[in-house]
Ligand binder design. Structure first.
Ligand code: URA
Length: 237
């Protein structure tokens, strides 16, 4: 693939922008500057650098972020900064989107990709992807609340009760809750339905992927091939 086209596919701007980048000596392949925009490279796993920042070619890109509180998952945030501000420009240019949403005050595992099929698979209500939340509540959680969450709670505007697929007391005011749906404020509404209240919400896992321990709050990284496999092999429908 021509270098100019390769850079364009990775989010470095229009073809003329990419041509300029290369001609200005800002692009290195395997640590050597290449100033020919039409030079041909096999893109598979190709490592390149733009202005000294290293990248690897990927046909589709998959990221995991440890979402901080106080950030909205939206390109047009209303009251807070956007999580997209935490990502580098080339990833935004190539169309990376969040896979589902988290509330502004929710923290933890958030996926991003430019793979539309993947987003569809992970956000479609028909696919029962488990999402695990660590929920801190205002009042102590008791076994009756756990039983109600597992049996299903009635929420406003929902035609039928919604049940957690797992609910486990961690400590007085902390529980681990697994749900498969992705409805608006779902966990907060379920906890309110059992007469309690969410004080803090942290997503620990989606499907077979737990939030990697090596990602600090507000940081992100590319998913490894094994992590992508863990995700794609765990949907139940
Ligand atoms: N449920 C909620 O209430 N909020 C989230 O951010 C995610 C799930």
């Amino acid at each position: 693939m021509e270098l100019e086209r390769l850079l364009r596919s990775q989010g470095f701007g229009s073809r003329p922008d990419c041509r300029e980048l290369v001609r200005n000596g800002r692009v290195a392949i395997n640590s050597e500057i290449c100033d020919d925009p039409y030079a041909e490279f096999n893109p598979e796993n190709l490592e390149f650098a733009v202005d000294g920042v290293r990248w690897r070619y990927t046909e589709k890109v998959y990221l995991v972020m440890n979402k901080p509180g106080g950030y909205e998952v939206s390109h047009q945030p209303h009251h807070h900064p956007s999580v997209f501000e935490l990502l580098p420009k080339p990833l935004l240019t190539r169309g990376v989107q969040a896979v589902g949403r988290l509330d502004e005050d929710t923290t933890g595992l958030l996926l991003f990709t430019d793979d539309g099929q993947f987003i569809h698979r992970y956000t479609s209500p028909k696919k029962l992807i488990p999402k695990v939340y660590r929920v801190t509540t205002k009042h102590a959680i008791d076994e009756v609340q756990i039983a109600d969450l597992l049996a299903g709670v009635v929420l406003n505007d929902e035609p039928k009760p919604i049940a957690a697929v797992a609910a486990e007391i961690v400590s007085d005011c902390v529980l681990k809750l697994t749900v498969t749906e992705g409805k608006y404020h779902l966990v907060k509404r379920m906890i309110a339905a059992v007469s309690n209240r969410v004080e803090a919400l942290h997503r620990e896992a989606i499907g077979g992927l737990s939030l990697p321990a090596d990602i600090a709050v507000g940081q992100w990284r590319f998913l490894s091939a094994a992590e992508i496999r863990a995700l794609t092999q765990t949907h139940c429908a």
